[in-house]
Design a binder for this molecule. Structure first.
Ligand SMILES: Cc1ncc(COP(=O)(O)O)c(C=O)c1O
Length: 389
């Protein structure tokens, strides 16, 4: 591979005067600023006030009109989902090795144990065929409790992640969870506004979670949401995330369990609510950015770009580029370093989670697909500045 040539080719995609370009910058409009100022003027700065409810309604519209509880991050949304679904110490949660660390952290917060199943190279989400084969081999039903005879753990839930905006085979995950009586959680932090077979994952999951962190397609600064069709579960999340205060009046304190201070402040909700109005346009813009990258990458021998599967509409939150032939770690890291030095905010794909030091290595399987993407992949900035080049 001619690294110098590839480096110069990628640099040429961005207008010099626009550099540096970050991986995914928030686009804050004047109406976003007005919305935050109005909330300050109205004196709603904390978790109280009408704007948090308005934001929940807006988020609900994005997720097939399911119920929503807004929380202060995507990570706390995942944590609340697991607590509310009753996942606890030593329970096994099936999950994916190729994602940001948040889902794994949430499993660890409740004392659970992850069982990693490799990803599909079609949509980057957990491979349902591998999962079915594993379950057929090892899962047994003991009085309505699913035991994994390979790990000797109780299996409670499947936690899948929509990676870089691409929704996985959620209808198949639902069938799997129905068959084994497991709960299905979908982490949609990266896939707000995406569809597969015309639906979001919320149509099929027990709980879907969202993030409105600064690098997401819609940001509230920091924020997240728990989305579900199960109102009882949402009541539980609302209660637990508001420190589990159980008084009928607003002047007293009585906490009926360990609670969490996870509710979204109104200031963040104001920004999120203004931003989410523009979601459809942003999805269109991000899809145009993908098209521009796809056209540019056509002329490059060494790399390709990841495309959505049929019948899906990805928000292309981040574009994934992969080397067609295996590349050494040093060569890839050198390219990433050089691009960053030239003002292009490239990111490595997350280190596969099963290699992290706090993961128990006893029940690991093989993860060739996740490792392939980790070893060969990188993300270029999602930026409209590319369109001007
Ligand atoms: C897949 C995924 N899940 C969860 C999170 C966590 O969200 P937050 O940063 O809002 O806690 C992120 C990223 O931020 C993510 O990319």
């Amino acid at each position: 591979m001619n690294s110098e040539k590839l480096l110069n080719e990628i640099i040429s995609w961005y207008p010099k005067k626009e550099l540096p370009i970050n991986i995914n910058e928030p686009l804050i409009s004047s109406s976003d600023i007005d919305a935050v100022i109005k909330t300050l003027d109205d004196n709603w700065v904390s978790t109280a006030g009408p704007i948090v409810n308005e934001f929940e309604t807006s988020v609900s519209k994005v997720f097939d009109n399911k119920g929503v509880v807004a929380v202060n991050s995507g990570t706390s949304a995942l944590h609340m989902a697991l607590v509310a679904l009753g996942v606890s110490r030593k329970d096994e949660v099936i999950t994916t090795p190729l994602t940001f660390v948040a889902p794994l952290n949430a499993i660890k917060y409740v004392g659970g144990e992850p069982l990693f199943i490799d990803i599909s190279l079609q949509d980057l989400s957990l491979d349902i065929n591998m999962l079915n084969s594993y379950a057929e081999k090892y899962f047994t039903d003991e009085n309505n409790i699913v035991l994994d005879s390979n790990t000797n753990k109780k299996v409670k839930a499947l936690l899948v992640v929509d990676v870089f905006g691409h929704i996985g085979e959620v209808e198949e995950y639902r069938k799997f969870c129905d068959k084994y009586k497991l709960k299905l959680i979908v982490d949609s932090a990266e896939s707000l506004g995406s569809k597969r077979n015309n639906f979001t994952s919320a149509e099929f999951s027990d709980v879907t979670t969202a993030s409105f962190n600064g690098n997401k397609i819609v940001t509230s600064g920091a924020g997240g949401a728990v989305v579900s069709g199960d109102e009882e579960l949402l009541d539980k999340v609302r209660h637990l995330s508001t420190t589990a205060n159980k008084t009928a009046d607003k002047f007293s304190y009585f906490h009926d369990s360990v609670g969490y201070n996870y509710r979204l402040p109104a200031l963040n909700a104001a920004l999120g609510n203004s931003q989410i109005k523009n979601l459809n346009n942003k999805v269109k813009t991000y899809r145009d950015i993908h098209k521009s990258y796809a056209a540019l990458v056509k002329n490059v021998e060494e790399i390709n770009i990841f495309n959505e599967v049929e019948n899906s509409e990805s928000n292309y939150w981040l574009n994934l580029f992969m080397f067609k032939n295996n590349i050494s770690k040093d060569e890839k890291n050198n390219l990433i370093t050089q691009l960053n030095k030239n003002g292009i905010g490239v990111r490595n794909v997350w280190n596969v989670l099963h290699e992290l030091p706090f993961v128990n290595k006893d029940s690991l399987l093989n993860y060739p697909n996740a490792e392939f993407v980790f070893n060969n992949g990188f993300n270029l900035p999602t930026t409209t500045k590319l369109l001007k080049s």
